[in-house]
Design a protein around this ligand. Structure first.
Ligand SMILES: Nc1ncnc2c1ncn2[C@@H]1O[C@H](COP(=O)(O)OP(=O)(O)OP(=O)(O)O)[C@@H](O)[C@H]1O
Length: 232
């Protein structure tokens, strides 16, 4: 379980607070106005930012001071954090070993996870030789391989069209189901939040609110969410 306990992140002109927990295996969309602090929230969970107050706990263990690579999580950003000079297989292999010292067995697992996301035969390509959707698949193959219990996705599919986004969201759900991971996914699209089919953390007015059922939230949105969503 992820717990944000009395958390305060202070970026000078911007302060974000959070006091919430996310039950194991929850798929939670993170929504809210631009500049509200969604990426900041993910950054503090990931360990890129240290909180001024409070703690981030995973299964009751305080993650303070633990560097991002050692935390029990995987991250996917919009640019998919792929290295342009490395092959698809090596980009995925980094999920197992940052120095790319991979055993034969590791290589087989890389191939297996690429096959799982529909990229069989593309192992030797470089990121520049792939489409946007395929790049997202590479990033998800790495997440699958790492099999960490928490997946942080920051607008991962914003550059893709609606149909492809739907496909990718299904893949995220499959990957989360296979690894049992808890998912936090920042999105600007309420349809994506609904498609994720779980809960939503609303970030607005300096606060990340506890997760609530997505359907119920969008059926009767609080004023700040209504303003953000605009007229139907
Ligand atoms: N390194 C920083 N130093 C100071 N302020 C920052 C820093 N990074 C972000 N901010 C500010 O913190 C606030 C929250 O930014 P953040 O990127 O978390 O918002 P967001 O909800 O993810 O926005 P968007 O939806 O536009 O991506 C913004 O007002 C931003 O200007």
């Amino acid at each position: 379980m992820l717990q944000l306990e009395g958390l305060k992140v202070d970026l000078g002109a911007f302060v974000l607070r959070a006091d919430l927990s996310v039950a194991p295996g929850t798929r939670a969309a993170v929504v809210g106005p631009s500049g509200a602090g969604k990426s900041t929230l993910l950054s503090v969970v990931a360990g890129f930012l240290a909180p001024a107050e409070g703690r981030v706990l995973w299964d009751g263990r305080d993650l303070s001071g633990q560097e991002p690579g050692k935390r029990p999580l995987s991250i996917v950003f919009q640019d998919n954090n792929l290295f342009p000079h490395l092959s698809v297989a090596d980009n995925v292999g980094l999920g197992l070993s940052p120095s790319l010292r991979l055993s034969k067995d590791d290589r087989a697992r890389v191939a297996q996870s690429l096959e799982r996301v529909g990229l069989h035969g593309m192992e030797r390509r470089r990121p520049a030789e792939l489409s946007g959707g395929q790049l997202s698949r590479v990033a998800l193959a790495r997440v699958l391989l790492r099999s960490r219990p928490l997946m942080l996705l920051d607008e991962p599919f914003a550059a893709l069209g609606p149909a492809m986004r739907g496909e990718m969201l299904e893949l995220v759900q499959d990957v989360a189901a296979e690894t049992g991971a808890t998912v936090l996914m920042v999105t600007h699209d309420p349809r994506d939040a609904r498609r994720l089919g779980g809960q939503t953390i609303l970030v607005a007015e300096g606060v990340a609110r506890p997760p609530v059922a997505t359907e119920a939230l969008f059926a009767d949105p609080p004023a700040v969410l209504r303003d953000y969503l605009g007229p139907d």
